[in-house]
Design a binder for this molecule. Structure first.
Ligand SMILES: [Zn+2]
Length: 188
């Protein structure tokens, strides 16, 4: 799946303190290679706290915990966690808030590209990330830029939604983390 046809269409850039971050199919291929090499350990489990669909924990080895891939929802959430793995493996110094926002854009792109009904993924921050994904899909269609940037206004809205989300508000992706520019281990 990480080297599959849907992932091969996922691509965007977003701004961060040190410039521009690019998420492209190669980013996911790198995670696949890391899983094969054992640098990232894949654990399939159903025991997550409420509101959590997967977890990425940076460490030795790094651990990617996901639900059994029974459908597009779980596949999208796997890609969400893989996005955290990408930043960790590439040591990209994004803040945890940017890290989380980008992961939501990836899962929303996957849900849109596979035609998963919106009512199945209308919980926040997925729904707001859907707006960023819609705009990216319009840019893919227009075909003017090979790897389009996220819309800055929609991206700011998504980052705010992540910041205020009950799941993240007290953590490094939340208000304090954003205020102090915390970037830690790409867990999330
Ligand atoms: Zn996350």
């Amino acid at each position: 799946m990480l080297r599959g046809p849907v992932v091969s269409r996922i691509r965007f850039t977003f701004p961060f303190a040190a410039g521009t971050v690019t998420i492209a199919p190669q980013s996911f291929h790198r995670v696949a290679t890391a899983i094969e090499a054992g640098t990232v350990s894949l654990q399939v489990t159903n025991t997550f706290p409420p509101g959590v669909g997967g977890q990425y924990i940076s460490g030795t080895p790094n651990t990617l915990q996901v639900a059994p891939l029974v459908g597009r929802t779980e596949e999208g959430l796997l890609l969400h966690e893989c996005t955290h793995a990408i930043f960790d493996l590439t040591k990209t110094q994004v803040t945890d808030n940017e890290d989380e926002a980008a992961a939501y854009v990836v899962d929303a792109l996957y849900f849109r590209m596979t035609g998963l009904r919106r009512s199945r993924w209308n919980a926040e921050p997925h729904a707001t990330a859907g707006g960023v994904a819609d705009d990216l899909l319009r840019q893919y269609q227009a075909g003017k830029v090979r790897i389009p940037p996220v819309d800055t206004g929609l991206w700011a809205t998504l980052r705010r939604t992540v910041m205020l989300d009950p799941l993240y508000i007290a953590g490094t992706s939340g208000i304090l983390g954003v205020l102090f520019g915390t970037g830690t281990g790409h867990d999330g």
